[in-house]
Write a protein that binds this ligand. Structure first.
Ligand code: HEC
Length: 125
């Protein structure tokens, strides 16, 4: 009886390890699928609040390039950070996308929203 309990424990242990390990594996290989609303992204409603919350603690006109404070951010971005003919090549996007040095500051939904806004023409609305 004692032996059986031990075997049982080992089996449960192995099962948990397998589940845990496959959980990690799953996280790594399945890319996040981001669903965005169909309506166009508004700069005022969809983009600036994201800069305010996640970026301006650093990007505020101090020593770091690209001032994202609301009174100047649009002009700053349009000055070389977005490319509407090659949205995926925009520095604003490549910096935020996985592998970019700013990726840690933005969620997949926020990055997808930026790309959608650039694809829609990067308008100031
Ligand atoms: C903790 C400070 C910090 C935060 C928060 C931060 N950044 Fe940065 N960012 C930097 C620094 C430092 C650099 C310059 C070094 C580099 O390019 O990695 C930089 C560079 C950049 C650049 C390239 C600028 C250039 O001219 O080369 C972009 C674009 C950028 N950040 C966008 C963002 C966005 C968008 C956010 C918000 C999601 C953000 N950053 C959040 C510190 C920060």
């Amino acid at each position: 009886m004692k032996m059986n309990n031990r075997k049982y424990c080992i089996n449960i242990g192995l099962l948990l390890i397998t589940l845990f390990a496959s959980g990690c594996y799953y996280d790594q290989v399945v890319p996040e699928v981001v669903e965005l609303p169909d309506e166009p992204v508004s700069y005022t409603i969809g983009i600036q609040p994201f800069f305010d919350a996640k970026c301006i603690s650093c990007h505020n006109g101090g020593g770091i390039p690209l001032n994202l404070l609301s009174d100047v951010s649009y002009d700053a971005i349009l000055n070389g950070y977005v490319n509407t003919t090659d949205p995926e090549g925009s520095l604003l996007y490549t910096k935020l996308n996985s592998g970019g040095s700013m990726a840690q500051y933005a969620s997949p939904t926020e990055v997808a929203t930026i790309l959608k806004w650039i694809k829609e023409g990067a308008t100031n609305d």
